[in-house]
Design a protein around this ligand. Structure first.
Ligand SMILES: [Ca+2]
Ligand SMILES: [Ca+2]
Length: 206
Protein backbone atom coordinates (compact mmCIF):
# COMPACT_ATOMS: atom_id res chain seq x y z
CA UNK A 1 0.00 0.00 0.00
CA UNK A 2 1.24 3.42 -0.94
CA UNK A 3 2.11 5.56 2.02
CA UNK A 4 0.11 8.82 2.20
CA UNK A 5 2.19 12.00 2.17
CA UNK A 6 2.73 13.32 5.73
CA UNK A 7 1.37 16.82 4.83
CA UNK A 8 -1.85 15.33 3.44
CA UNK A 9 -2.48 13.35 6.65
CA UNK A 10 -1.74 16.41 8.74
CA UNK A 11 -4.19 18.55 6.73
CA UNK A 12 -6.89 15.85 6.99
CA UNK A 13 -6.56 15.71 10.80
CA UNK A 14 -6.74 19.52 11.08
CA UNK A 15 -9.83 19.48 8.83
CA UNK A 16 -11.62 16.86 10.97
CA UNK A 17 -10.82 18.79 14.19
CA UNK A 18 -12.17 21.94 12.53
CA UNK A 19 -15.44 20.20 11.66
CA UNK A 20 -15.81 18.99 15.28
CA UNK A 21 -15.17 22.49 16.66
CA UNK A 22 -17.72 23.97 14.23
CA UNK A 23 -20.42 21.44 15.22
CA UNK A 24 -19.70 21.85 18.96
CA UNK A 25 -19.72 25.67 18.75
CA UNK A 26 -23.01 25.72 16.85
CA UNK A 27 -24.73 23.47 19.41
CA UNK A 28 -23.25 25.29 22.39
CA UNK A 29 -24.29 28.76 21.26
CA UNK A 30 -27.68 27.53 20.09
CA UNK A 31 -28.37 26.01 23.52
CA UNK A 32 -27.06 29.13 25.28
CA UNK A 33 -29.37 31.34 23.22
CA UNK A 34 -32.28 28.98 23.90
CA UNK A 35 -31.58 29.17 27.66
CA UNK A 36 -31.43 32.96 27.49
CA UNK A 37 -34.73 33.01 25.59
CA UNK A 38 -36.34 30.90 28.35
CA UNK A 39 -35.09 33.21 31.11
CA UNK A 40 -36.38 36.26 29.26
CA UNK A 41 -39.81 34.66 28.79
CA UNK A 42 -40.04 33.74 32.49
CA UNK A 43 -39.25 37.31 33.57
CA UNK A 44 -41.95 38.69 31.30
CA UNK A 45 -44.54 36.34 32.83
CA UNK A 46 -43.49 37.30 36.37
CA UNK A 47 -43.74 40.99 35.58
CA UNK A 48 -47.21 40.70 34.10
CA UNK A 49 -48.87 40.36 37.53
CA UNK A 50 -48.73 43.45 39.71
CA UNK A 51 -49.41 43.55 43.44
CA UNK A 52 -52.41 45.38 44.86
CA UNK A 53 -51.87 48.32 47.21
CA UNK A 54 -54.33 49.80 49.70
CA UNK A 55 -54.49 52.88 51.91
CA UNK A 56 -56.18 52.89 55.33
CA UNK A 57 -55.86 55.27 58.30
CA UNK A 58 -55.86 54.35 62.00
CA UNK A 59 -57.69 57.06 63.99
CA UNK A 60 -56.39 59.89 66.22
CA UNK A 61 -52.67 59.75 65.57
CA UNK A 62 -50.25 62.40 66.89
CA UNK A 63 -49.08 63.98 64.66
CA UNK A 64 -52.42 63.64 62.95
CA UNK A 65 -51.11 63.16 59.40
CA UNK A 66 -48.45 60.98 57.81
CA UNK A 67 -48.38 58.91 61.00
CA UNK A 68 -50.64 56.11 59.79
CA UNK A 69 -48.39 53.08 59.93
CA UNK A 70 -49.66 49.94 61.65
CA UNK A 71 -49.26 46.16 61.42
CA UNK A 72 -52.42 44.35 60.37
CA UNK A 73 -53.91 41.01 59.58
CA UNK A 74 -55.46 41.34 56.12
CA UNK A 75 -57.95 38.96 54.56
CA UNK A 76 -59.19 39.11 50.99
CA UNK A 77 -62.26 36.89 50.72
CA UNK A 78 -64.91 36.16 48.17
CA UNK A 79 -67.89 38.44 48.81
CA UNK A 80 -69.78 35.63 50.56
CA UNK A 81 -66.87 35.48 53.02
CA UNK A 82 -66.66 31.71 52.52
CA UNK A 83 -63.42 31.50 50.56
CA UNK A 84 -60.17 33.13 51.60
CA UNK A 85 -58.26 34.36 48.55
CA UNK A 86 -55.43 35.92 50.56
CA UNK A 87 -54.46 36.17 54.22
CA UNK A 88 -51.34 37.83 55.53
CA UNK A 89 -49.73 40.12 58.09
CA UNK A 90 -48.77 43.43 56.53
CA UNK A 91 -47.27 46.63 57.90
CA UNK A 92 -48.43 49.89 56.35
CA UNK A 93 -46.09 52.86 55.96
CA UNK A 94 -46.52 56.35 57.42
CA UNK A 95 -48.80 57.21 54.49
CA UNK A 96 -51.13 54.36 55.45
CA UNK A 97 -50.12 52.45 52.30
CA UNK A 98 -49.63 48.70 52.34
CA UNK A 99 -48.90 46.18 49.60
CA UNK A 100 -50.19 42.64 49.20
CA UNK A 101 -47.07 40.60 48.43
CA UNK A 102 -48.34 37.64 46.43
CA UNK A 103 -46.09 34.62 45.98
CA UNK A 104 -45.59 33.08 42.53
CA UNK A 105 -48.43 30.57 42.97
CA UNK A 106 -50.91 33.13 44.31
CA UNK A 107 -53.12 35.36 42.21
CA UNK A 108 -56.22 37.47 42.69
CA UNK A 109 -58.22 37.51 39.45
CA UNK A 110 -60.26 40.64 38.67
CA UNK A 111 -63.55 40.56 40.56
CA UNK A 112 -65.52 41.61 43.64
CA UNK A 113 -63.94 40.83 47.01
CA UNK A 114 -64.51 41.37 50.70
CA UNK A 115 -61.58 42.92 52.58
CA UNK A 116 -61.09 42.49 56.33
CA UNK A 117 -58.43 44.42 58.26
CA UNK A 118 -57.49 44.06 61.91
CA UNK A 119 -54.45 45.38 63.72
CA UNK A 120 -53.34 44.51 67.25
CA UNK A 121 -54.65 47.88 68.56
CA UNK A 122 -57.82 48.30 66.51
CA UNK A 123 -61.29 46.93 65.96
CA UNK A 124 -61.94 44.89 62.85
CA UNK A 125 -62.86 46.77 59.67
CA UNK A 126 -64.79 44.98 56.94
CA UNK A 127 -65.26 46.34 53.44
CA UNK A 128 -68.11 44.14 52.18
CA UNK A 129 -67.43 44.36 48.45
CA UNK A 130 -64.85 46.12 46.33
CA UNK A 131 -63.96 45.45 42.70
CA UNK A 132 -60.28 44.62 42.34
CA UNK A 133 -58.77 44.84 38.88
CA UNK A 134 -55.24 44.67 37.54
CA UNK A 135 -56.08 47.90 35.70
CA UNK A 136 -56.25 49.75 39.04
CA UNK A 137 -53.61 48.65 41.52
CA UNK A 138 -54.01 51.25 44.32
CA UNK A 139 -57.21 51.38 46.38
CA UNK A 140 -57.88 54.18 48.85
CA UNK A 141 -59.99 52.61 51.63
CA UNK A 142 -60.07 55.75 53.79
CA UNK A 143 -63.57 56.50 52.50
CA UNK A 144 -64.76 53.43 54.45
CA UNK A 145 -63.75 55.09 57.73
CA UNK A 146 -60.74 54.93 60.00
CA UNK A 147 -59.65 52.03 62.19
CA UNK A 148 -61.07 52.44 65.73
CA UNK A 149 -58.35 52.21 68.40
CA UNK A 150 -58.44 50.50 71.78
CA UNK A 151 -58.88 46.72 71.39
CA UNK A 152 -55.50 46.02 73.00
CA UNK A 153 -56.24 43.12 75.37
CA UNK A 154 -54.87 39.81 74.06
CA UNK A 155 -56.53 37.78 72.64
CA UNK A 156 -58.53 40.44 70.82
CA UNK A 157 -62.31 40.06 71.06
CA UNK A 158 -63.18 42.88 68.63
CA UNK A 159 -64.85 44.76 71.50
CA UNK A 160 -63.50 47.58 73.67
CA UNK A 161 -64.24 46.98 77.34
CA UNK A 162 -62.70 47.01 80.81
CA UNK A 163 -60.18 44.30 79.90
CA UNK A 164 -58.70 46.65 77.31
CA UNK A 165 -58.70 49.54 79.80
CA UNK A 166 -56.78 47.53 82.39
CA UNK A 167 -54.32 46.33 79.71
CA UNK A 168 -53.53 49.89 78.69
CA UNK A 169 -53.39 51.06 82.32
CA UNK A 170 -50.66 48.50 83.03
CA UNK A 171 -48.61 49.95 80.18
CA UNK A 172 -48.87 53.61 81.25
CA UNK A 173 -45.60 55.53 81.02
CA UNK A 174 -44.06 52.88 78.74
CA UNK A 175 -43.46 52.93 74.99
CA UNK A 176 -45.54 49.75 74.45
CA UNK A 177 -46.39 49.92 70.76
CA UNK A 178 -49.81 48.25 70.91
CA UNK A 179 -51.14 50.51 73.66
CA UNK A 180 -49.54 53.66 72.26
CA UNK A 181 -52.77 54.33 70.38
CA UNK A 182 -51.84 57.77 69.03
CA UNK A 183 -48.26 56.64 68.19
CA UNK A 184 -46.49 59.55 69.87
CA UNK A 185 -44.01 57.09 71.48
CA UNK A 186 -45.50 57.13 75.01
CA UNK A 187 -48.50 55.41 76.58
CA UNK A 188 -50.22 58.04 78.69
CA UNK A 189 -53.57 59.69 79.46
CA UNK A 190 -54.01 60.73 75.81
CA UNK A 191 -54.12 57.06 74.79
CA UNK A 192 -56.38 56.24 77.71
CA UNK A 193 -58.82 58.95 76.67
CA UNK A 194 -58.97 57.54 73.11
CA UNK A 195 -59.81 54.14 74.57
CA UNK A 196 -62.40 55.53 76.99
CA UNK A 197 -64.04 57.39 74.08
CA UNK A 198 -64.43 54.05 72.24
CA UNK A 199 -65.54 52.10 75.31
CA UNK A 200 -68.39 49.75 74.41
CA UNK A 201 -67.65 49.98 70.66
CA UNK A 202 -67.62 46.73 68.63
CA UNK A 203 -65.82 46.02 65.37
CA UNK A 204 -67.37 44.65 62.20
CA UNK A 205 -68.57 41.05 62.27
CA UNK A 206 -66.94 38.64 59.83
CA1 LIG B 1 -61.08 43.84 73.67
CA1 LIG C 1 -49.34 57.81 73.09
Amino acid sequence: MRKLPRQLVKNAIIGIIGIFITIFSYNYFSLTNLAQDNVTTKLVVTNERENYQFIIYPEKRVPSTNNWGTTMQVWINTTTGQNIVYRGTITSNSQGLFTLELSDNESIPDGNYQIIIQSASHLRKKIPAIYLSQENLVYNLTGYGQLFAGDTHYPQDNFINSLDLSTLARKLNTSDNINDLNQDSLVNSLDLSIQVYNLGRKGDEI
